[in-house]
Ligand binder design. Structure first.
Ligand code: ADP
Ligand code: MG
Length: 388
């Protein structure tokens, strides 16, 4: 599959622009093993890059224009590098163009001096399934432009570039997790990120050694309140931190929760409790992976789901059903993943159980009158790289 897309994107580049690209770069989508809604609270997350990637074929121009195309759309977006501004671009092209803009804004590139570029995108990261197709674009384009514009930037800096593009050019208020996972992923490893210091470290998962797989169950539910709900949860977290007199919920520990219950109203308290216990679960998962291996983290994944369902209240019946069904059919652990109100659940499962679980989930959804989910496995994979 990967090989095909690499060749396909070259062919599409040539068809659109009439020249050969200089190279092809790629970056993966991501799934989050554990640590949900902790990133914007300065906390901990443990995502991994997946074996579905976005490919960017890129060529250099002899003027100062930037063009970008995608199999997503028939249109090629085109603008002078110097004209790039959040108001000048909308739609999907804001993701790749925002990366060029952010390189300028952050002082990494002089957009009046660097050569123009042509970009063609191709991807097998599903869009809107909670697997961060947006970070995959940003990672691939940032990695390509850094090389072509000869910028000396490490992967963490490129992740910040992607985040700036998404926050300030596209206008989506997200944390740094997705871009870090896409840029820093490693084969059979997760990326443990301290979102306060933005320090990241690879954590071996050893799924292959234990014959384990990660099953994604995309419920196909796209909740209409997703962005409003996200904003509300963020506001609750900020209100909770303010009431507790801390800079962010990162500064609240499980031991502080008794006092927090006295100070906060019930809803805010439960939002806070999710974030505080989730941070602890991420730390426990990292420690447990090192001491006892991946088969020992199931209860942490299950507890994470309960916390999102009951305390943070961002699950939906389809996600709960997916999680309960795989748990009842032998999964080691399972939880909804991503922002919530729809999207996907993940399950840690033995390889030889995958098809049984897929059948069980399909059956349960049919029985409940839910639309059919899409289930597939993902393999923790390497971050951004040059492909050819
Ligand atoms: P996700 O959870 O998949 O990251 P987002 O809403 O953050 O969802 O980003 C999805 C958006 O990214 C799409 O609506 C589209 O604008 C853009 N996008 C994703 N994949 C591609 C692609 N292959 N080509 C062009 N744009 C894409
Ligand atoms: Mg996204």
């Amino acid at each position: 599959m990967t090989q095909d897309l690499r060749e396909l994107v070259r062919a599409e580049f040539t068809q659109a622009y009439g020249t050969e690209p200089i190279g092809v770069w790629s970056s993966p989508g991501r799934a989050n093993l554990i640590g949900e809604h902790t990133d914007y609270n300065d906390g901990f997350v443990l995502p991994f890059g997946i074996d579905r990637r976005t490919f960017a074929a890129v060529g250099v121009r002899d003027d100062a224009r930037i063009r970008v195309g995608s199999t997503f759309s028939d249109e090629i977006a085109e603008i002078d590098l110097a004209q790039l501004s959040p108001d000048a671009v909308s739609g999907w092209a804001a993701y790749p163009l925002g990366v060029a803009w952010a390189l300028g804004e952050l002082g990494h590139a002089d957009l009046a001096a660097v050569p123009g570029v042509d970009i063609m995108l191709e991807s097998d990261v599903p869009v809107g399934a909670g697997l961060s197709s947006s970070a995959a674009i940003e990672g691939a384009v940032a990695f390509a432009l850094a090389e072509l514009w000869r910028l000396d930037l490490d992967r963490v800096e490129l992740a910040r570039v992607g985040r700036k593009a998404e926050n300030d050019f596209v206008g989506a208020p997200t944390g740094i997790m997705d871009q870090m996972a896409s840029l820093l992923g490693r084969d059979d490893a997760a990326v443990f990120i301290d979102c306060r210091t933005q320090q990241a470290e690879a954590v071996d998962l050893k799924l292959a050694e234990h014959d384990l797989a990660i099953l994604v169950i995309d419920t196909q539910v796209e909740h209409q309140h997703a962005s409003g709900g996200y904003r509300e949860r963020r506001a609750s977290c900020e209100a909770g931190a303010a009431a507790l007199g801390v800079a962010s919920l990162r500064d609240v520990t499980v031991d502080d929760l008794a006092r927090a219950r006295e100070v906060l109203d019930d809803v805010t308290f439960r939002r806070v409790r999710h974030v505080v216990t989730e941070n602890q679960r991420v730390l426990d998962t990292v420690a447990t992976l090192a001491s006892d291996g991946p088969t020992a983290i199931g209860e942490l994944l299950d507890a994470s789901h309960r916390s999102m369902r009951d305390d943070f209240e961002i699950s939906v019946p389809e996600l709960d059903l997916a999680v309960e069904t795989v748990q009842a059919n032998g999964a080691i652990g399972a939880r909804m993943t991503g922002g919530g109100f729809g999207g996907s659940a993940i399950a840690l499962v033995h390889r030889d159980l995958v098809s049984r679980l897929q059948v069980a989930v399909d059956g349960a959804f049919a029985e409940h009158g839910f639309g059919q989910p899409i289930t597939f496995t993902v393999t923790p994979s390497a971050g951004a790289r040059r492909e050819s």
